[in-house]
Design a protein around this ligand. Structure first.
Ligand SMILES: Cc1cc2nc3c(=O)[nH]c(=O)nc-3n(C[C@H](O)[C@H](O)[C@H](O)COP(=O)(O)OP(=O)(O)OC[C@H]3O[C@@H](n4cnc5c(N)ncnc54)[C@H](O)[C@@H]3O)c2cc1C
Length: 335
């Protein structure tokens, strides 16, 4: 691990100043980083994926914790809320069950006790080429995505190129499906970013980053809007191991039923298949006005995976995700 300076912040503005004033280094991965639970940042520092000159502790800042609100008003979730607090919160469990399920699906109880919502959304990709200290891949400033023609079993089938990472967060697809946004404070002030505009594809933003945050930006809160559909939400995740593991594929589904049990609105976002939470827009549109029959579920699953471009070793993700789509829609439609 590269030597770094540890800085304590007690206010948001102090944290932003500490991030902004740190020596930037010659590379994006040498910029100062905020630390919350440390469950991802410390790992990336140990393998030199990130080499910050300064690490700014957010945990002493007041006002970044707690979950406020209810089903009617929507939720405001502090960035420092732990994954355990999220999954155990009674309002989240009762009125936003998909969010509680997504939080519960993450890692182990020990990691969920420390990992925070803000850190979960900003964690770095898990592609093993990216995480391997000796490999300087495209995302680390190199010239090649080794997954493109290499061991790509876990990589993207949508939105890949020139890098084929998948987004690792389980909260992200569910929060996108629920229409959530993040409040961010940086040196240039405060802004609110809809979560479906927060994550960036490798071909769009900087290939070295996964979201629109600048080096001195801090997520302070996550807002989940009030919605009659929130209660009919679910998160299904397929893992290779029954114990802790990242998603090979996952599906966040939200279903609002109208008259005669027809779908008034559906939210369908896929995880583990693309560098960002992948919205299945054509399936969402198709579902509107339909009743969730076996045929409709099958067609929605087909549409959700339309346009997938599997790499040599991950074509299995297509039928796997289709199955999860069918099951998630059926479950959310019955809630
Ligand atoms: C063994 C293991 C298994 C895991 N399995 C899963 C899994 O199945 N699903 C899943 O989703 N995750 C999984 N994770 C990842 C884990 O959930 C995240 O590492 C954790 O949620 C990160 O939260 P943290 O508070 O510890 O973040 P930190 O490690 O403190 O930070 C992570 C990143 O976010 C940035 N950051 C933190 N807080 C903020 C903020 N408020 N504003 C801006 N930037 C911020 C940091 O600078 C850093 O870049 C796993 C991790 C491990 C170690």
């Amino acid at each position: 691990m590269k030597a770094f300076e540890w800085a304590e912040a007690t206010t948001i503005s102090e944290a932003v100043q500490l991030l902004k004033s740190a020596p930037a280094g010659n590379d994006v991965d040498e910029a100062a980083r905020p630390i919350a639970g440390g469950q991802d940042l410390l790992t990336t520092m140990k393998d030199y994926t990130s080499r910050p000159s300064r690490v700014v502790n957010l945990k002493r800042i007041r006002g970044l914790d707690g979950i406020q609100g209810n089903a009617k008003a929507g939720l405001t979730i502090g960035a420092l809320v732990t994954l355990t607090q999220l999954e155990e919160h009674p309002v989240v469990r009762a009125s936003f069950p998909g969010l509680a399920e997504a939080a519960h699906s993450i890692a182990t109880p020990q990691i969920r006790n420390l990992g925070t919502v803000g850190g979960n959304l900003c964690q770095r990709p898990r592609c093993w080429y990216f995480r391997l200290e000796e490999v300087i891949c495209l995302k680390k400033g190199g010239s090649e995505c080794y997954a493109a023609n290499g061991e790509n079993k876990y990589n993207a089938i949508f939105g890949g190129g020139p890098s084929y990472i998948v987004h690792p967060s389980d909260l992200a697809p569910m929060l996108v499906a629920l229409g959530a946004s993040v409040s961010v404070v940086g040196a240039e002030g405060k802004r609110v970013i809809p979560l479906d505009k927060f994550f960036t594809l490798p071909a769009e933003g900087s290939i070295r980053r996964e979201n629109v945050l600048r080096n001195d930006d801090i997520i302070t809160h996550i807002q989940v809007p009030a919605s009659p559909v929130a209660a009919r939400s679910t998160y299904l995740k397929f893992k290779e191991r029954e114990s802790m593991d990242f998603a090979l594929a996952s599906v966040a589904a939200v279903v609002e039923l109208g008259p005669n049990k027809t779908v008034a609105r559906a939210g369908l976002v896929l995880g583990g298949v693309a560098p960002i939470p992948w919205r299945a827009s054509s399936a969402e549109k198709f579902l509107t006005g339909k009743t969730l029959s076996t045929e409709v579920l099958a067609e929605a699953a087909k549409l959700a995976l339309e346009g997938a471009q599997p790499l040599e070793k991950n074509a299995y993700k297509v039928p796997l995700t289709q199955t999860l789509v069918r099951r998630a829609l059926a479950k959310a439609g019955q809630a």
